[in-house]
Design a protein around this ligand. Structure first.
Ligand SMILES: [Zn+2]
Length: 141
């Protein structure tokens, strides 16, 4: 289970949580990290879609561990719009999950940006931006 941190001062664009993403944001608020798994062909995918990208069947949800390693990352050093402009520099990483063949994208916190490296072990934690909906962030283990 991911740690869930409540942020009632959330000042950034709010994920709508609609369509295929709705159950995903709701599960995050419960500390559960989900990907999609196709019961017809076994394919696993993230981000959430209406159909399996291999066979077009309707995918199901699968809970996965919230741990992984950094596959690649970028450091944002220039950004002039609020609120992100006030948080520079920050790191956005693509994370290979430990127990699923998917990569998940997110903000990496809890480490100086110049110390981030490929293969860094990380875990997700959820930030609940409104009751019942959260988005995962990543931090070093
Ligand atoms: Zn499929």
């Amino acid at each position: 289970m991911m740690e869930v941190v409540r942020d009632r001062q959330w000042d950034r664009p709010t994920p709508a949580g609609e369509g295929e993403f709705g159950p995903w944001f709701e599960a995050c608020a419960q500390g559960r990290l989900l990907i999609q798994r196709c019961d017809a062909c076994g394919h696993r995918q993230w981000y959430p879609r209406a159909v399996c990208t291999k066979c077009a069947a309707t995918p199901a949800w699968e809970e996965v561990s919230h741990r992984g390693t950094v596959y690649t990352f970028t450091i944002i050093r220039q950004y002039h719009a609020k609120p992100f402009g006030g948080e520079l520099p920050y790191c956005v990483a693509m994370v290979d999950l430990d127990d699923a063949p998917v990569r998940m994208f997110g903000t990496l916190t809890g480490i100086a940006v110049d110390d981030v490296r490929v293969d860094l072990p990380v875990e997700a934690y959820a930030v609940e931006y409104t009751p019942g909906r959260a988005v995962p962030y990543w931090r070093p283990i």
